[in-house]
Design a protein around this ligand. Structure first.
Ligand SMILES: NC(=O)c1ccc[n+]([C@@H]2O[C@H](COP(=O)([O-])OP(=O)(O)OC[C@H]3O[C@@H](n4cnc5c(N)ncnc54)[C@H](OP(=O)(O)O)[C@@H]3O)[C@@H](O)[C@H]2O)c1
Length: 221
């Protein structure tokens, strides 16, 4: 589904930059959101240096959320809800892709899910049913996304209460070069969020870098 406007909140950061590069190459209009317009403008300029094929626009987070057909939240867990507070009125009826992993430094290799069950469920509870929160990309390393020539072997678990919304995000994962899988309701994001700490532990052993997961099975047809 080309030519959607995708607003990436905190798109000045590592993961947001990677998604911006991949989705702009797929033909989408990308808006980089930030707490300040100046920082978003600097990120857009940096993006143009790294990836001249990536025309992006800079906006403050609230303006970006208002302009986006699809909004993506790419900020650290500690700032997930405070960022959503600033954009909530602009999200009704839209898909919010939440990539948040509830890592709590310094023990990022230990699974520490929040009381709500997982970060994405916390976002859905906060935003209410009029926003289609879809969780994805928790197990994809930002620097893999930032090199669009790299084939990413890791699959994407996509959780959300609306099957149609999940399918749109699975399509977006494909456009960014990854296989996405229906992972069920938003509460199931707990599995993807928890897996990130496991992958961090695997990477620490020094055998693999950027470890990921792949869903395998027999062809059901
Ligand atoms: N990095 C990865 O490889 C990776 C992989 C999978 C999932 N994730 C998840 O993706 C999310 C973003 O990760 P990241 O590595 O891209 O993070 P990051 O680079 O550390 O930060 C992303 C952006 O968050 C915003 N931010 C920072 N402090 C903030 C605050 N106090 N209040 C509001 N916004 C603040 C900043 O944007 P402005 O200053 O421009 O507002 C920053 O550029 C996290 O939840 C992480 O768990 C990351």
């Amino acid at each position: 589904m080309a030519n959607e406007t995708i607003a990436i909140l905190g798109g000045t950061g590592d993961l947001g930059t990677g998604l911006a590069i991949r989705w702009s190459r797929a033909g989408h209009r990308i808006i980089i959101g930030s707490r300040t317009l100046e920082k978003a403008q600097a990120a857009v300029a940096a993006l143009a240096e790294i990836s001249p094929d990536t025309p992006a626009e800079a906006m403050a987070n609230a303006d970006a959320a208002a302009a986006g057909d699809i909004v993506v939240l790419t900020v650290p867990f500690a700032h997930q809800i405070s960022t959503l507070e600033t954009v909530k009125p602009h999200l009704a009826g839209k898909i919010l892709i939440d990539v948040t992993v509830p890592l709590m430094p310094p023990k990022v290799g230990t699974v520490q899910l929040p009381a709500e069950g997982c970060a994405a469920k916390r976002a859905q509870d906060f935003l209410g049913d009029e926003v289609h929160v879809v969780s994805a990309f928790q197990n994809i390393a930002a620097d893999l996304l930032q090199d669009p020539t790299l084939a990413i072997e890791c699959d994407v678990l996509v959780a959300g209460n609306s099957k149609d919304a999940r399918q749109r995000v699975i399509d977006l994962a494909a456009e960014a070069g990854m296989n996405g899988w229906h992972a069920g309701p938003i509460a199931n994001s707990a599995a993807a969020e928890a897996l990130t700490s496991i992958l961090i532990q695997i990477n620490r052993q020094g055998v693999l870098s950027h470890s990921g997961i792949k869903i395998v099975g027999q062809d059901a047809h």
